[in-house]
Design a protein around this ligand. Structure first.
Ligand SMILES: Nc1ncnc2c1ncn2[C@@H]1O[C@H](COP(=O)(O)OP(=O)(O)OP(=O)(O)O)[C@@H](O)[C@H]1O
Ligand SMILES: [Mg+2]
Length: 288
C-alpha cells in the first residue's frame, strides 16, 4: 500500500524513488556523499546556537559579563518577554576603545590568555564566546563608556561580530548590551522560541533569581514590557551585602522565616566512632 496521506486510501502506483523516500527510513541506497568541511560562517552560526541555547542562557551570559566588569548595579529591560529585546545595563568598568573590535570576536577574551590561566580564573566568563554568539544569533548594539574615556561610544555589530557603526554616545561609566530579535538568524529555532516564549521566560526568571541571590552587594533589577504597556517588575534586589537579604528581596521577607542556617561543626567523638575514624585524625581546623 501507499504511505499514509498519499493516495487517499486508493492504491496509487508511485515511482520507486518517491515510495522509498516516504516508506523506507532504513539505509539509503544512494552512494555515500563525500565528507567535506562546512564553511566557516555556517560553522559559527551552528555553534553559536550551541553556546546560547535559550533566553535563560542569553540573559545569564550578559549578567555574568556585568558582574565580571565589577558592576554594583545591573538593570535588565525586556520587551515581549525577551523575544523583541533584551537590554542589560551596568555601571561596571566599561570597555576601552582599543578593545572595541575584540569585544565580539570568537574566542577573544580579557579574562584568560592560555589554558594554564584556568586554574586561577576568578570570573564567570573566560571562553570569549558569549558576545560573538549573540551577534551571530541576533542584532547586537553595545553602548559603553570606559572609566578612562571622556565620552561614551555606541557600537553596532553585524552577525560576524564586526563593527558596522561607531558613534559617540554620551553615558556614564559602564556598558549596555542590547540584543534584538534573539535567534532570528536560525529560522526554526526562532519559531520555536516565539511559540514557547512564556516557558522560556519562566525558565529565565529562575536563572536570574539564582544570580540575584548569590550576587551580594550588587543591585539587580529586571522589568518586562508587553506591547505599549507599563514596564512590569520581574525580579529585583537592593544591593544587599548578604545572600540571606537577597533571598528576602527575591522571594519575600516571609520566606526568610522558614530558612535554617547551615552551620558546619567538627565531628564529635561519638560521630567519629560511628564512622570508624580516629577523633584525633579529624580535620578540626577545617570547620571554622
Ligand atoms: N558588560 C561588560 N562590561 C565590560 N566589559 C565587557 C562586558 N561584557 C563583555 N565585556 C568584555 O568583552 C569580552 C568578551 O565577552 P564575552 O562574554 O563574549 O566573553 P568572556 O566573558 O570573556 O567569556 P565567556 O564567553 O565565557 O562569557 C570580555 O572578556 C570582556 O572583556
Ligand atoms: Mg562572558
Amino acid at each position: 500500500t501507499n504511505p499514509p496521506g498519499l493516495g487517499g486510501g486508493q492504491d496509487v502506483h508511485l515511482p520507486e524513488k518517491v515510495w522509498g523516500v516516504y516508506a523506507q527510513p532504513g539505509p539509503s541506497l544512494e552512494p555515500a556523499k563525500a565528507i567535506k568541511p562546512i564553511d566557516r560562517k555556517s560553522v559559527h552560526q551552528i555553534c553559536s546556537g550551541q553556546v546560547v541555547l535559550n533566553l535563560g542562557t542569553a540573559v545569564k551570559e550578559l549578567v555574568e559579563n556585568s558582574v565580571d566588569a565589577g558592576a554594583t548595579n545591573i538593570d535588565l529591560k525586556l520587551k515581549e518577554y525577551g523575544a523583541d529585546l533584551i537590554e542589560v545595563s551596568d555601571n561596571g568598568c566599561g570597555v576601552e576603545e582599543e578593545n572595541f573590535a575584540g569585544l565580539t570576536l570568537k574566542h577573544y577574551t580579557s579574562k584568560i590568555q592560555d589554558f594554564s590561566d584556568l586554574t586561577h580564573v576568578e570570573t564567570f566568563g573566560f571562553r570569549g564566546e558569549a558576545l560573538s554568539s549573540l551577534c551571530a544569533l541576533s542584532d547586537v548594539t553595545i553602548n559603553t563608556c570606559h572609566k578612562s574615556a571622556k565620552v561614551g561610544t555606541r557600537l553596532v555589530f553585524d552577525h560576524n561580530g564586526t563593527i558596522t557603526q561607531k558613534v559617540p554616545f554620551p553615558r556614564q561609566q559602564g556598558t549596555t548590551v542590547i540584543v534584538q530579535q534573539l535567534f532570528y538568524t536560525l529560522p526554526v529555532r526562532h519559531k520555536e522560541f516565539q511559540r514557547n516564549i512564556k516557558k522560556e521566560f519562566a525558565k529565565m526568571v529562575q536563572v536570574l533569581q539564582a544570580y540575584c541571590i548569590i550576587s551580594a552587594g550588587i543591585r539587580i533589577n529586571c522589568t518586562n514590557q508587553v506591547g505599549q504597556g507599563k514596564r512590569q517588575p520581574v525580579v529585583c534586589t537592593n544591593g544587599n551585602s548578604t545572600v540571606k537579604e537577597n533571598i528576602g528581596a527575591v522571594f519575600g521577607q516571609k520566606q526568610l522565616q522558614s530558612l535554617i542556617s547551615f552551620v558546619q561543626l567538627p565531628p564529635s567523638e561519638s560521630v567519629c566512632e560511628e564512622y570508624g575514624l580516629k577523633f584525633s585524625d579529624a580535620p578540626h581546623n577545617f570547620y571554622t
